[in-house]
Write a protein that binds this ligand. Sequence first.
Ligand SMILES: [Zn+2]
Length: 476
Amino acid sequence: MFLVLVTNRIIGKPIDYLSRCWNKQVKPISEQYLTFHFEENLNRLEHTFEPWQQTNYMCKGIISCNVNNFIKRDTLINGFRTSFSNTELSKTDFLFVNYGEKELSPVTKGMYLDQLIKSARYSPLAIIDYFFQNKVAINKGSNEEYALYITTINNVNVTLQIRKSDYLLNKIITLSYDELFGDVLTTFIFKDYNIVENIHYSKSISIEKYNGKVKDEVKISIPKLSTNVSRILIKPSNFEFSEDIEVKPAITLEKYNDNIYFLELKHTDDRILVVEFKDFMLVAEAPLNSKNGEVIIKEVKKIAPTKPIRYFVFGHYHPHYIGGIRPFVHKGAEIICSKIDEDYVRYLTDAPHTLAPDSLHSEFKQLKIKEIKDSLVIENGKIEMKIYFIGEESMHTKDYLIYYFPQEKLLFEDDLVWIEKEGSIKRAKSRQVGLYKALKRLNLDVKTIIQSWPVKDYGVKTVIPFEDLEKSMTAN
Ligand SMILES: [Zn+2]
């Protein structure tokens, strides 16, 4: 024994920080479950009034977990609204009932692996075990204070940062791909370690999402070891993972007149406006991601192969209109937007996309912004298009723009009118009233309104005679 110790010291056998961490945070659980209560302050980016605005939720519940199982029951509270979800994950299956649902949601293998990472916001034990079982080697980037271990789980780059002083997990850092934001770092910071039945666990976990732009806090309490945990969800006898569906672009072109075209993107349910001026093209809206932006550019080139796309404009900052902006910057288009969105546009177009490179990532181009204040007229040849800033009047976002063609008495807008295809016209809700008031204030003579989204879903008209909008102001 003495000899072994001496030999180790002489050849300096490196300390295996990962297995020491595993010994402290995972091993003592063995076949049992670590059960605890949690309460979290959860912030989400949703389709809100302005970029980076967060919607705050309180969430609380009970979790039982070990290396092969993760069982969570929780209650999500947003103002007066309360909803529930249930998650039961084992070595072979993943049952999940989402908020507001009664039935099991379809799950894919990818979602199963993602759940491993998601569970880290409450307990890192499954991830530590994953690294330990896969014998991930220590990374050269380790320093005096921290040992680093890095691997890839379902296309997500995952780093464990273990404290060398006490072998406890300090951070998990993930780098994942988001189709809007590009490379996205999420950091889980484990604080306030405590011990229950020889298991070291963190009582307080901070999560920094979207490269630190959005922060959550999770508090853990009443931990205990239990041998038997009851399950609520019943596994269907025909349970199987659904396939990850690859979305194939489906696009059709509609010529409105000699200068105005609409591209319908069936796979995203969006309608894109393309205007052909004498010397150049303008595109309004590009949904969700760079791929769609590229697809739109290809179609525009078919309409007018030699004319450059001089302008790209989006009606408001929600992903269905701005998500495909980057390829337009790459093509040298000027981005028309108000001051409100300038920083956001800069963020989206500066964002690295190393995990799924697009044209702008591979070949960087300087962003060119053309600021719109109250309105902007684009005139070239005999064609005239007017863009108006209606902002909060839209009752939807602070940055709202609408497009008007005086010769055609045509208005194109994103998502303000919700008149059902069938049945009588109902009383307008706030967005629709907002648009009507804006049109009256601007004194625009409109015959037809064409809407960008939705095109087919939701059973609403998206080519709307102005009289319909007018009727909805006074309808019952
Ligand atoms: Zn919207």
